[in-house]
Design a protein around this ligand. Sequence first.
Ligand SMILES: C[S@@+](CC[C@H](N)C(=O)[O-])C[C@H]1O[C@@H](n2cnc3c(N)ncnc32)[C@H](O)[C@@H]1O
Length: 264
Amino acid sequence: MSISSMNSLREYFLKNDKRLIHKWDHYFEIYDRHFSRYKGKEVVILEIGVSHGGSLQMWKDYFGSKAIIYGVDINPSCKELEEENISIFIGSQSDRNFLRELKSKVGKVDILIDDGGHMVQQQIVSFEELYSIVANDGIYLCEDVHTSYWLRFGGGVQRSGTFIEYSKNLIDHLNAYHSEQKSRLDVTEFTNNTDSIHFYDSVVVLEKRIKSAPFHLKRGEIIIDHVVPEKGPAKKFLNSILIPILVSFNKVLRFFRLPSIYWK
Ligand SMILES: C[S@@+](CC[C@H](N)C(=O)[O-])C[C@H]1O[C@@H](n2cnc3c(N)ncnc32)[C@H](O)[C@@H]1O
């Protein structure tokens, strides 16, 4: 292992002889990349999936004594793992009523980690219900999304209903300001509240930020004329006949989601 891939989370994990932690090795770099700005701060973390409680203790060590940590698990025995700064709620991450009750109890969280049952439907329901409780500059991290490719978790390559396919669609919503087909894709709360979506092996991370319509700018002097001038009847034919026909034809292709013809 290179020195650069060693961080305090991985170090803690490798030395851990307290409660069991179960993570894939490459997650530690992802966590540290997105979470390090919260170290030592008054951060609120919610992790779905408590198991033996080891990861909750790891977050406590990593973020420090000001961190408030919530765990969620379907197994009632997990309630016994509560300790100072760690509270645990018992319920299912696919039970919308439970999640709504949870929301009213925890308020806003800075970091939400889904490491629960990993069924694709569970991941989607939890995201739909809980993305709104992530703070305006917070982070939603769903891990083990490789289950989107595993049959027994509801997965399959490009299979509808998987978390991976669901999150691919979120890319469209992130770019909705640029949509010319508002009936198909329009700006939503997600567009205005999401800064970025990061896809890693097995992990999807969403970073939130309040946004408004994007705009572009130009600065500096124009040096080269890039437009090749068409002259006389050729220009007339191009502008009044050919281009309108090609635009209409391209709209039909777009309707059927077929590749565009190229005429520029
Ligand atoms: C992979 S373990 C969590 C590991 C832990 N975060 C760690 O890093 O050591 C998954 C946990 O999710 C819980 N779980 C399974 N289905 C669930 C559901 N529908 N709602 C909430 N928790 C669930 C299981 O009881 C189990 O404790």
